[in-house]
Design a protein. Structure first.
Length: 164
């Protein structure tokens, strides 16, 4: 996966038994360029991965959430220009992790600023509805800053899966 799984999964305990990173039955990740076309790539990656894991029936909800998380990372967490000395802007990384009864979608980006959800009664606002959709279509979601060499943050959404 390229990241320390236990660091990414520490906050995923909201009313559920702890997730053991060693118990992940499947995991996949991809790096996405800091361009809006990356949202389409994230959807393709999600479709392919869920089909491989025989979870294609969950694609619509998961894809909507992945699209919103990646769009938010691109819109709010990547600088407009390149990095120092004209380096390309940092990419975002999409992680999909599956346990027997849970699926987690996590998007890592370079910003330490947390996402800001709009109030439910502010749905008519021009922007800011993405996290409302994430909350509506997933079973829980959250974010946390990353420490050490990774830096940035991870925004995640959890989906419960039927018992096999």
């Amino acid at each position: 996966m390229g990241t320390n799984g236990s660091t990414m999964l520490q906050p995923l305990r909201q009313g559920l038994p702890p997730l053991d990173p060693a118990a992940v039955s499947n995991a996949a990740s991809c790096s996405l360029p800091a361009r809006y076309e990356a949202v389409r790539e994230a959807r393709r990656f999600t479709r392919h991965t869920l089909d491989q894991w025989e979870l294609g029936d969950r694609f619509d909800d998961v894809c909507l959430v992945v699209s919103e998380l990646v769009t938010n990372a691109l819109r709010h967490a990547t600088p407009d220009g390149g990095g120092p000395a004209g380096d390309p802007p940092p990419s975002v990384r999409l992680h999909l992790m599956r346990w027997s009864e849970r699926l987690v979608c996590a998007v890592r980006d370079a910003s330490k600023d947390g996402p800001v959800a709009r109030e439910a009664d502010d749905f008519a606002a021009e922007s800011g509805r993405g996290l409302f959709l994430v909350e509506s279509f997933s079973d829980s979601w959250g974010w946390h800053p990353l420490t050490g060499a990774l830096g940035g943050k991870v925004v995640w959404a959890l989906f419960r899966l039927p018992a096999s």
